[in-house]
Ligand binder design. Structure first.
Ligand code: SF4
Ligand code: SF4
Length: 472
């Protein structure tokens, strides 16, 4: 039985409720009056239920679809302005005991070289990431109690936060590791992680069990209830996501929003971020065997409807997507992107030889971080390396209430300018620096409060003279 307040996966992601939602939305996909009433509610910018959002996703009326896209763009602007936060993944180890059939790190794949970074190798990798300009990382590791125990993850986090190279430092480490116990989540919290990210892959239980035939990840409830355990362990910010292409996208979309509603209902805070990866080609994996792939237009609509349904949740798109696709979805709601990513274990310090490729998936956007930063500015965005909230204790419900009141913009925009200035001083190519300084010169006038404007001007001057790490 569907119950968003239940702590049982099969009750807060009720299969029947998903099916009923899909049937109801399909039945009403050309019901103009109903779609209008949902759009009217959406314009209040307080979000939508999974049923309402599903109706917008299914809507088949061209003029209404135009309204949906326009509203997503407007909500994106209202809540996030024109800033885009940058991050990079760091793969620590690809040893894994699970059997996920869509991932080349699955246990039975003997083609792929298995690697695990030593602490010295982590220092080399992170130094290379700092030299690119990154300040925010997402740690990735396979599930392997002997090779990647929690102690290894904790030691790696400590190593990463301790690396101060030239003007560089990693200021926020987000973590994407397998579902674990409340005690281990508590340890991650104490190690100072930002967001705990765990992709559901698919919410469809039967498919989930087929796609994860072996290993601890086979347990649907253990995996799906992980965010509740993470929050019980004190982690304030959690990031959801599904791997689009494994199951039918409509099912995933409705269930993903139901998961967010559950977290809001029982933990008082919805997801901090939602990632929207699509399945990609990788060693020993052929995406053609998954027949639920989605085209770029459907992908764009999913991003737009997610933006409308959960205006306060960051949306993340990785380098799995091409430059053209990323450009399309940036305006529709995406607030964070990766740049200059390597999806292998090692590879930032020194590219891997071709016959030793340990990548989890093929990257579509192969540009350097500087090229991505330059491109974003050309499109009118402010690339931001901000990590201020987590460091100022603005997490969990405190963060969400600032988001909901729209006040967070008073921090995001100035912090974007401050951290972009650091990037320009320390890492940018000449053309990027010229463009960036001009952008900051214009954008500073868009800070409404004079007091903040003067403070930021002061910070920018100090950064030009060598000082670092200012934040609001
Ligand atoms: S998706 Fe994660 S758990 Fe599954 S095989 Fe890959 S690394 Fe292991
Ligand atoms: S101020 Fe907070 S919400 Fe805004 S970009 Fe920085 S860390 Fe993110």
């Amino acid at each position: 039985m569907y119950n968003p307040k239940s702590m049982k996966a099969e009750e807060f992601i009720s299969h029947q409720e998903v099916l009923d939602t899909l049937a109801w939305a399909e039945e009403n996909r050309d019901n103009t009056a109903l779609i209008d009433s949902v759009l009217e509610k959406a314009r209040l910018r307080k979000g939508l239920t999974h049923r309402e959002a599903m109706l917008l996703l299914d809507c088949s009326i061209p003029e209404k679809n135009q309204e949906i896209f326009d509203l997503a763009r407007q909500i994106k602007l209202d809540f996030y302005g024109n800033r885009i936060v940058m991050f990079a993944p760091l793969y620590l180890s690809n040893y894994c005991i699970n059997g996920c059939v869509y991932c080349p790190y699955h246990k039975k794949n003997t083609n792929i070289p298995r690697k695990k970074l030593t602490q010295d190798e982590i220092i080399r990798e992170v130094t290379a990431l700092q030299d690119m300009g990154h300040k925010r990382l997402a740690l990735e590791a396979g599930e392997h109690p002997e090779m990647n125990p929690i102690e290894y993850i904790l030691e790696s986090i400590k190593t990463i936060y301790g690396i101060k190279h030239k003007n560089g430092d990693i200021r926020r480490v987000n973590v994407n590791i397998a579902a674990t116990t409340v005690d281990e989540y508590r340890m991650l919290k104490e190690a100072g992680i930002g967001t705990y990210i765990l992709f559901q892959e698919t919410y469809h239980k039967e498919s989930y069990e087929k796609l994860h035939p072996t290993g601890p990840k086979h347990d649907y409830a253990w995996h799906t209830e992980a965010m509740d355990r993470a929050m019980e362990g004190g982690i304030d910010d959690v990031g959801l996501g599904v791997l689009f292409g494994l199951e039918r996208y409509r099912y995933e979309f409705a269930a993903l929003l139901m998961h967010g509603e559950h977290l809001e209902a029982v933990q008082g805070v919805g997801p901090h971020t939602i990632s929207v990866p699509r399945i990609r080609r990788a060693d020993d994996i052929d995406p053609d065997v998954f027949d639920n792939g989605i085209d770029d237009d459907t992908f764009a609509k999913i991003v737009a409807c997610t933006r409308i349904a959960v205006p306060y949740t960051g949306i993340i798109v990785s380098t799995r997507e091409s430059q053209a696709c990323r450009e399309k979805v940036l305006s529709l709601g995406v607030s964070q992107i990766s740049g200059g990513s390597r999806t292998s274990v090692g590879g930032y310090y020194e590219p891997e030889p071709e016959n030793q490729d340990s990548s989890q998936f093929e990257v579509s956007d192969n540009r350097t971080l500087d090229e991505v930063v330059n491109w974003l500015m050309k499109l009118g965005y402010i690339p931001s390396f901000c990590t201020a909230c987590y460091r100022e204790g603005r997490t969990g419900d405190r963060f969400m209430s600032l988001c909901k009141s729209g006040q967070i913009q008073n921090c995001c925009h100035p912090n974007a300018l401050i951290t972009l200035k650091e990037y320009l001083e320390d890492y940018a190519a000449p053309d990027t620096k010229t463009k960036g300084d001009a952008l900051i010169g214009t954008e500073i006038n868009n800070i409404p409060k004079e007091k903040i404007r003067l403070l930021v001007s002061d910070y920018l001057k100090n950064i030009g003279q060598g000082a670092r790490d200012f934040r609001l």
